[in-house]
Design a protein. Structure first.
Length: 303
């Protein structure tokens, strides 16, 4: 296991603590797109004490793969990919061409994240993110999603990349809202590299508690977003973090704990995620104080 530091601030280590999990930050906290100007954020995340960054893949064409790879290596940082499919990439669409666009786009995402040394792409990868049409999912949509993701998984397997299904709240999708739904979809896809990604913000809305869904997901849990109920600083709201970390401990979770929060200053992301007010003093405060809290919880339950 690697040594991590519990820090009072980004410059002052208090003591060395052993963690199996890795701590990450979603770069939407500081930028709305991962272009060349955002590469510097890798070094910033490193200074805060994170082990890696979650890179948004929605705009693949603006990502400078070589420069990003150099920056990751220079700072000894890891990465994972984050994805929310657009309507033009909706793999549940009635239009076969749209479904094919989505499949090929996800294959390109696999290419990029594997070139960056990442081993996972997580998020709303099973339908267009934000698609709401006034009804629940249909058997045909489920079948299309299964078939498309089965193909992408087979492609990703040769690159050592896993795909994580993230159930999100009812205001963002009608397709997967709970861990139980995500487990069912993963089992229907049936590929060894299809996994589940849980997010405490969405769990706070859709689940009865935090403990049972994590325990139910078990070995399928491959990624964890640690977000407060209001998207503010983890540890300052009413998410039951003891339930979260107790369950993670019991399933021997050893992957990523990622802060995914947003601020009104990042206008495009704020509009997509309905952030209309300040939920924290600053993005840096979310990163610094949130990471300190998560490391304290990891020390209590996972070290």
């Amino acid at each position: 296991m690697k040594s991590r530091y519990l820090t009072k601030n980004i410059n002052t280590p208090l003591r060395c603590i052993m963690f199996m999990v890795k701590f990450g930050v979603h770069l939407f906290l500081w930028t709305e797109r991962f272009d060349r100007s955002a590469i510097r954020l890798i070094e910033k995340a490193k200074r805060f004490g994170f082990d890696g960054v979650e890179i948004p893949l929605m705009e693949l064409d603006v990502i400078d793969v070589e420069a990003t790879r150099r920056e990751l290596k220079k700072n000894e940082m890891e990465c994972i990919g984050s994805l929310g499919l657009s309507l033009k990439h909706d793999i549940t669409s009635d239009d076969e061409n749209v479904r094919r666009n989505g499949i090929e786009f996800m294959k390109r995402c696999v290419d990029v994240i594997s070139q960056l040394g990442g081993d996972a792409i997580n998020g709303v990868i099973y339908i267009a993110w934000g698609k709401i049409i006034g009804r629940g999912r249909t058997p045909d949509e489920w079948k299309r999603s299964v078939e498309a993701l089965k193909e992408v998984c087979k492609y990703a397997y040769s690159y050592g990349v896993c795909l994580g299904l993230e159930p999100v709240n009812r205001f963002e999708t009608y397709f997967l809202n709970t861990a139980e739904d995500a487990i069912k979809l993963a089992k229907d896809i049936g590929e060894p590299n299809i996994k589940v990604h849980l997010d405490t913000f969405h769990m706070n809305i859709e689940e009865k508690n935090f403990y049972d869904p994590i325990k139910m997901t078990g070995d399928l849990l491959y990624h964890m977003h640690c977000c407060e109920n209001d998207r503010g600083i983890p540890g300052t709201g009413h998410v039951n973090w003891d339930e979260v970390f107790q369950a993670l401990s019991e399933i021997n979770y050893d992957r990523w704990l990622v802060i995914e929060s947003f601020t009104p200053e990042i206008k495009k992301v704020a509009a997509l995620t309905a952030i209309w007010r300040k939920v924290a003093p600053s993005a840096d405060a979310i990163a610094e104080e949130g990471l300190r809290f998560l490391k304290q919880m990891a020390k209590k339950y996972l070290s």
